[in-house]
Design a protein around this ligand. Structure first.
Ligand code: SF4
Ligand code: SF4
Length: 273
């Protein structure tokens, strides 16, 4: 399901104006549950406020991603998605797990949904690769612990990074409960050999943390994230704050899960199983 391009550009323009720069380890969201819960997540619940003007001042945009897990079975699809992201963002490949930098990757159900795997679960899910990336949490612990504000949350919900402000303390890595951040132990420019695959995206230096940025540089141009463009039948990107958006329509009709809901971080990445 693709987003209407004109609508996408309109929203992207709005977000660039704002700023350029359950409980239990396993929570199934029944279809439509989010219609009520996003209201609460944005602090608009009648119990919380009840004032019409406060409702009107709520966020107009909260970007979100939906991963259709059963469509990730083919390893070539996963490879295509990872390659699209890592090429678009000049993510270095040092060829060894110790120095690995990753923005999006596949892992097992057991690792993605720690503590919720059990011997009785659907064997059809157990073997599937789960695409993992930054969840762009609505209440992101990584932002709270960063001493320099190198990582910050934008009004459109994207948890962004200013690489120049990162001092490499890795507090954000310790604060992220999802392992979504990577540290450049080595100079990434040495493996990019002075020729980054995407000259329009900044390369990083040694000692800097990085992660998925929800393709903020593409969104403001009215483009879909690179991973979504590479596999539009697997990934869907859209505005969670709009009850009529593509993502809300999917979440209204399909059962979905988010990672570690018990932490209250409110991820913006949903998994259809
Ligand atoms: S997934 Fe981790 S890095 Fe991303 S916003 Fe949440 S806490 Fe921060
Ligand atoms: S949204 Fe962009 S940065 Fe994030 S995983 Fe997809 S392609 Fe990579």
């Amino acid at each position: 399901m693709s987003m209407d391009r004109r609508e996408f550009i309109k929203i992207a323009g709005l977000t660039s104006l704002f700023g350029a720069g359950a409980s239990g380890a396993f929570q199934l969201l029944e279809p439509g549950v989010l219609d009520a819960s996003t209201h609460e997540e944005h602090g608009h619940g009648d119990a919380a406020h009840g004032q019409a003007e406060e409702q009107a001042s709520g966020p107009k945009v909260r970007w979100a991603m939906i991963v259709d897990v059963r469509k990730c079975e083919d390893p070539e699809v996963v490879k295509r998605i990872v390659k699209a992201c890592h090429t678009a963002h000049n993510v270095p490949d040092f060829g060894n797990p110790k120095d690995e930098v990753k923005w999006i990757w596949a892992d097992t159900y057991e690792h993605a949904f720690t503590d919720s795997a059990n011997e009785f679960m659907d064997k059809g899910i157990e073997h599937l690769p789960f695409l993992l990336l930054c969840n762009h949490c609505d209440d992101p612990p990584c932002v709270r612990v960063c001493p320099t504000k190198a990582t910050f949350k934008r009004p459109d919900g994207i948890v962004a990074m200013d690489y120049h402000r990162c001092i490499g303390c890795r507090f954000c890595m310790a604060g992220c409960p999802y392992g979504s951040r990577s540290f450049n132990w080595r100079d990434p420019r040495t493996v990019l050999k002075g020729k980054p695959p995407n000259p329009d995206f900044p390369t990083r230096v040694r000692g800097v943390v990085e992660k998925c940025n929800f393709c903020v540089e593409r969104i403001w141009k009215g483009l879909q994230p690179a991973c979504v463009e590479a596999a539009p039948n697997v990934l869907t990107f859209g505005n969670l704050a709009d009850p009529n958006s593509n993502v809300r329509q999917i979440l209204r009709t399909r059962v979905s899960m988010r990672r570690k809901p018990e932490l209250g971080t409110k991820p913006s990445v949903f998994y259809l199983v």
